[in-house]
Write a protein that binds this ligand. Structure first.
Ligand SMILES: [Zn+2]
Ligand SMILES: [Zn+2]
Length: 247
């Protein structure tokens, strides 16, 4: 399976990452990708850019070196009520809104069950993708949330980076993917790249998906077109609608 649109990438704007949008785009072109979404950390993370970063993303071109560039954010799920850290009016304008729990920005740490946080996020119309949710510290009712995500046309992310930096989540990621297969819930496979050479790298995630016989048609970001079709059809969003006319 080839996945040509990367839905979760970072740039220098999150100071824990080390490449520019141009470097990411140039490498993506070199390896034959369709494009990627720029999704830096929203302001509750210590390494994140100022909120103005997100308000000004409309300046990015829709296409660079032949690569489709979507603008977005990786917002932080802040609490067990599923509040997030960018305002709704701004989220409405972004092409791709990834939502993640990071312990550094989450007041629900220590709770045994995080289902309420994920349920609220799945039901939040501004969120598109539930990211790296296999972390054992933030367990939730996988079957209930995966099924709900399908009903609300939300994607569950299978994050390649987790296989390296969150290895304790691997077993849970597999379980989550199996449940997506069982319930027909769409997924996005992402690199969560922090350096340009990692753009489009899904090696471990793909190995796992092959092992469980995951159906290709449920991977919504196989190509830019398949992702666009999902976002503009099921999600009812218009991609690139906020970009400046001059771009
Ligand atoms: Zn993250
Ligand atoms: Zn990330």
């Amino acid at each position: 399976m080839r996945i040509k649109f990367d839905t979760h990438t970072h740039t220098l704007a999150s100071s824990h990452a080390y490449s520019t949008v141009s470097e990411n785009a140039s490498f993506a072109a070199k390896i034959g990708m369709d494009g990627f979404a720029v999704t830096d950390h929203a302001p509750a993370m210590p390494d994140s850019p100022h909120e103005w970063h997100f308000r000004n993303l409309k300046n990015l071109p829709k296409e660079l070196f032949g690569e489709k560039i979507l603008i977005g954010a990786e917002v932080n799920i802040l609490d067990l009520e599923g509040n997030v850290d960018l305002d709704k009016q701004l989220l409405k304008r972004l092409d791709v809104v990834n939502a993640s729990i990071h312990s550094q920005a989450y007041s629900g740490c220590g709770a045994e069950d995080h289902t309420s946080a994920y349920e609220a996020v799945v039901k939040d119309p501004h969120i598109d993708i539930i990211c790296h949710s296999g972390t054992p510290d933030f367990m939730y009712d996988y079957e209930y949330i995966v099924k709900l995500a399908g009903e609300y046309n939300k994607l569950i992310e299978i994050n390649n980076h987790s296989f390296f930096v969150r290895s304790s989540s691997i077993r849970n990621c597999r379980r989550i993917a199996e449940l997506c297969k069982k319930h027909g819930t769409g997924i996005a496979v992402s690199s969560d790249a922090h350096f340009f050479t990692d753009i489009g790298n899904y090696s471990k995630a793909l190995d796992m998906l092959y092992e469980i016989g995951f159906p290709e048609e449920l991977v919504m970001n196989r190509t830019y077109e398949s992702f666009k079709e999902f976002m503009e059809g099921a999600r009812g969003k218009k991609l690139c609608s906020w970009r400046l006319e001059t771009c």
